[in-house]
Design a protein. Structure first.
Ligand code: DCP
Ligand code: MG
Length: 476
């Protein structure tokens, strides 16, 4: 299936320095009509580079934006890339430009989205590098002209917009390795600390390039900061390097890559001296659960990630099977794919039906599985009972099916869409900030001693007093 190519996306993520299109300052570009008179843009060169800036300026002008070459008081929007709010403010100070309350400081993502939409898109927290804070300053002079204060980042992922556009991969990848190693060593405290740190950095609209950028960011403890500092200085973390070479980490990583194998089993195999899957598979004394047997049988298929096209194809099969028993059922893809991920380790579905009884609900999944087993049997008989691997025309894919009562569908949808870190923080926020209990079935208000009803995810966010986050903003 050909993938749609978004030229703007390519501008954003494609190679930057190579083969700039001919449009140096010497080249005269044709005048473009200004469609959006109220906006006067200035694109910051700092950390963006001359070539990319010239390219973006030309593109924006072609789309009808007014983009100035020089900085002046008439500028209404400053667009920056890889700069934090405080960096842009600092730079403005040096340029002797007062950051007035009218001036918007925006991440380049706003410009790119706007150019994609053909008009200025709404500026949200994920675009704005700073937020106006009218009350924070004790200085009455500053209160008169509202200063631009660096936006405060919440310690809760459910109060941050986290898209898949992660500008801090270099740090978050390192944290995730360390978190996983702590998980393998059952050190929950450090595991959580690194997962939270990864999560908060994923929400930043800029790349951290100096320790100064980490000021004011929550969830970054000393241990985390040490790793950041080392990566800034050396480009890599010695601790991560050591973990990646660690025998226990490597073995656990390998063992848990088998479906049905968790920490307990990995620990056992590791202690028994196993280091490879082939030794484990061929060992006659080991007993495997049905899940582990399937895990070994379809290992290659299951370790290779599920693509979106495959997920969509699975969706068709799931709907077909579910509708055979409950024709009015709603089948929704949840998990990572609902959050916009292009690949996943499985495909998650939520099933719910307005007309179903408790009994229908209980029986649906066994019925679906039974249907698939019968189909598989027929196919095997048809293909002459051979399980030839050559010319294999199918792929084993993990599918998670969740059935829930219709009245609880909003809670189930919110709970099964993830990410895990988002869910964790949503519950933590409910408990600590709202005295409420949230799970995949219900929301309970401990003060009022009542269950709060909801027909949609939006209503649950509203009950919790949270701004709504779209699924693709929950990639914490
Ligand atoms: N979930 C949960 N508790 C669990 C398992 C899952 O709350 N014990 C939720 C959060 C997950 C979602 O369900 O985001 C789906 O679980 P997955 O493990 O499939 O995670 P993702 O779909 O987010 O990631 P992947 O792309 O790896 O499948
Ligand atoms: Mg999933």
């Amino acid at each position: 299936m050909p993938l749609p190519m978004d030229p703007l996306q390519m501008v954003h993520s494609g190679p930057r320095k190579k083969r700039p299109r001919q449009m140096g300052t010497s080249m005269v570009s044709p005048p473009h009509d200004i469609k959006f008179q109220d906006l006067v843009l200035y694109i910051l060169e700092k950390k963006m580079g001359t070539t990319r800036r010239a390219f973006l300026m030309e593109l924006a002008r072609r789309k009808g934006f007014r983009v100035e070459n020089e900085l002046s008081d008439s500028i209404t929007h400053i667009v920056a890339e890889n700069n934090s709010g405080s960096e842009v403010l600092e730079w403005l100070q040096v340029q002797n430009i007062k950051a007035s309350s009218q001036l918007e400081l925006l991440d380049v993502s706003w410009l790119i989205e706007s150019m994609g939409a053909g008009k200025p898109v709404e500026m949200t927290g994920k675009h704005q590098l700073v937020r106006r804070d009218y009350s924070a300053s004790p200085n009455p002079e500053l209160q008169k002209t509202p200063p631009l204060a660096v936006k405060k980042i919440s310690q809760y992922a459910c109060q941050r917009r986290t898209t898949l556009n992660n500008c801090n991969h270099i740090f978050t990848d390192a944290f995730e390795v360390l978190a996983e190693n702590y998980e393998f060593r059952e050190n929950e405290v450090f595991c959580l600390a690194f997962m939270r740190a990864a999560s908060v950095l994923k929400s930043l609209p800029f790349t951290i390039i100096s320790m100064k950028d980490t000021e004011g960011i929550p969830c970054l403890g000393d241990k985390v900061k040490c790793v950041i500092e080392e990566i800034i200085e050396d480009g890599e973390s010695s601790e991560v390097k050591a973990v990646l070479n660690d025998e226990r980490y490597q073995s656990f990583k390998l063992f848990t890559s088998v479906f049905g194998v968790g920490l307990k089993t990995s620990e056992k195999w590791f202690r028994m001296g196993f280091r490879t899957l082939s030794k484990i598979k061929s060992d006659k004394t080991l007993k495997f659960t049905p899940m582990q047997k399937a895990g070994f049988l379809y290992y290659e298929d299951l370790v290779s990630c599920v693509t979106r096209a495959e997920a969509e194809a699975v969706g068709v099969l799931v709907k077909e099977a579910v509708w055979a028993f409950l024709p009015d059922a709603f089948v929704t893809m949840t998990g990572g794919f609902r959050r916009g991920k292009k690949i996943g380790h499985d495909v998650d579905f939520l099933i719910t039906s307005p007309g179903s009884t408790d009994e229908d609900e209980e029986q649906l999944l066994p019925k679906v599985i039974n249907l698939w087993e019968r189909k598989l049997h027929h196919q095997r008989v048809d293909s002459g009972k051979c399980s030839q691997q050559d010319g294999k025309t199918w792929k084993a894919i993990r599918v998670d099916l969740v059935m829930c009562p219709y009245e609880r569908r909003a809670f189930a949808l919110l709970g099964w869409t993830g990410s895990r870190q988002f869910e964790r923080d949503l519950r933590r926020y409910a408990t600590h900030e709202r005295k409420m209990m949230l799970d995949n079935h219900a929301l309970y208000d401990k003060t009022k001693k009542i269950f709060l009803k909801a027909e949609s995810e939006e209503e649950i966010f509203a009950h919790l007093g949270l701004d709504y986050l779209e699924p693709w903003e929950r990639n914490a």
